[in-house]
Design a protein around this ligand. Structure first.
Ligand code: PLP
Length: 479
């Protein structure tokens, strides 16, 4: 740990003592969260541990400033420092990812996707419905024209990966606004291999002719060929939008290069900053210059005012992501996922797609006679934090599910290596093999209740504690 972190470690004790004088319950919950995070195997694929400099940057008076607008063009006075913060964060993002343009205001990944959808509509749609009301783009519409706008929206189409194949609900899911603004069609994966079938996708896109082809995922354990995705988009005149929320860290760390790096191939790339990228919670949009002016309308079109303290923390995290240390980290994330997958495969656990080549592994827990919900709960009892997830053609639906998603970014940040992840697989197999479904009160087979054999939770927690103690979280930080 560097000296900077040692200084910050002692600063946090003081900060929480001071916070506790105003609202002790918040100071206590914050301390307890650290204890809980230190004491559990965090395998949620979308979570990580940001560095202390990133965390510290979030807690400053930059939070007090309103700054609607864009750099040099704000609706509030006195934004010179926010301008610096936003420019530095955007510069890092452009240079790190090699993008022509970066917008660092989105407060989350979902916000980033909304900004992108709006910008693509504004930039690309020239419909008779707009012309009828004398508008050139959706940005020109007046209040009275909203009805016409909805009609204009109704003619647009979006195509993204289905939820059960690993897509995200903002990729056209019917209960998300993306599935309401646009006509929607999804693409799945090959039922045999679990992999994206690019030829089938191309044929479906040819038939459906989407305005936007969305690539990217939350639970697909494989790399995507973005050059092929762009070819498909171009063949039907679609905009290629890639949501790299999950794997931005692997792009930043140059594990995904060439056809697997979305930035040179996509028109628009959205991301979160807090998953494998290991920054503060937030979102970001990268794009070709063609979309810049429309994306800049993100606030106030679909976003609240920019959070200067969060953009500052994004800048610090992006600066970290430009180091060779981060590249080593990203490679370790992928190598560790492979070790975790191999650990399951050699112990007979079924994995969706038969393995991984990114940062996540998707277990098919039907091989243990369990639902995802039962497996997730039993694992929590044993101190293993993961999340249940649908698998392709899931027999148990989106609530109970049949899968458990595990990711390596967080524990890799603590320094876990391949042998540690093999041991993690062994512990999880032990828990799942000793969990049995329990019947409901009516005697019917249950999808939620389960019985974990005596002693398993304790022995798993003890073994996990050994691993966790060997790789402390925020060493030196005592509260
Ligand atoms: N996009 C993808 C692919 C995601 O997996 C997620 C969240 O898990 C999001 C977007 C949404 O990010 P946020 O929770 O920051 O809104």
């Amino acid at each position: 740990m560097s000296n900077v972190n040692a200084e910050l470690a002692s600063a946090y004790k003081t900060i929480l003592d001071v916070v506790g004088r105003t609202e002790p319950r918040i100071a206590d919950a914050t301390r307890q969260e650290l204890t809980d995070q230190r004491g559990s195997l965090k395998l949620i694929a979308s979570e990580n541990y940001a560095s202390l400099p990133v965390l510290a940057t979030m807690g400053t008076w930059l939070s007090d400033k309103y700054a609607e607008g864009t750099v040099g063009h704000r609706f509030y006075a006195g934004c010179q420092n926010v301008d610096t913060v936003e420019s530095v964060a955007a510069e890092h993002a452009r240079e790190l990812f090699g993008a022509e343009y970066a917008y660092v205001q989105p407060h989350s990944g979902i916000d980033a996707n909304l900004v992108a959808y709006w910008a693509i509509l504004a930039n690309r749609v020239e419909s008779p419905a707009l012309e009828q009301v004398g508008a050139k783009t959706v940005n020109d519409l007046t209040e009275e024209d909203w009805e016409a706008l909805r009609r204009a929206f109704g003619e647009q189409r979006i195509m993204g990966m289905s939820l059960d194949a690993g897509g995200h609900l903002t990729h056209g899911f019917r209960h998300n606004i993306s599935g309401k603004m646009f006509h929607q069609r999804s693409y799945g994966t090959d039922p045999e291999t679990g992999l994206i079938d690019y030829d089938a996708l191309a044929a479906s896109a040819k038939e459906f002719k989407p305005l936007i082809l969305v690539a990217g995922y939350s639970a697909y354990p494989r790399r995507v060929n973005f050059a092929r995705m762009r070819e498909i988009a171009d063949s039907v005149g679609a905009v290629l939008m890639v949501d790299m929320a999950h794997f931005a860290g692997l792009v930043a760390g140059k594990v995904f290069t060439g056809d697997e790096n979305p930035v040179p191939h996509a028109h628009v790339v959205t991301t979160t900053t807090h998953k494998s990228l290991r920054g503060p919670r937030g979102g970001m949009v990268l794009a070709t210059k063609e979309f810049a002016a429309d994306i800049d309308r993100g606030c106030p079109m679909v976003l609240g005012g920019p959070l200067a303290h969060m953009m500052a923390a994004k800048a610090v995290a992006l600066a970290e992501a430009r180091t060779t240390e981060f590249q080593t980290y990203a490679q370790n994330v992928a190598d560790n996922a492979k070790a975790l997958a191999d650990g399951f495969l050699k112990r007979g656990t079924r994995l969706v797609t038969g393995g991984t080549d990114n940062h996540l592994v998707l277990l098919d827990v039907t091989s243990y006679g369990l639902t995802g919900r039962q497996a997730e709960s039993a694992l929590i009892d044993a101190g293993v934090i993961s999340n249940r997830n649908s698998i392709p053609q899931d027999p148990n639906g989106a609530w109970y599910t049949s899968g458990v998603r595990l990711g390596t970014p967080a524990l890799t940040s603590r320094g876990f290596g391949a042998d540690d992840f093999d041991r993690v697989a062994e512990l999880i197999v032990d828990v799942l093999s000793n969990t049995t479904p329990a019947a409901t009160s009516t005697g019917a087979p249950g999808k939620a209740k389960y019985v974990l054999a005596d002693g398993v939770a304790d022995r798993t927690k003890a073994a996990a504690a050994e691993l966790l103690d060997a790789h402390p979280l925020y060493p030196g930080l005592e509260l």
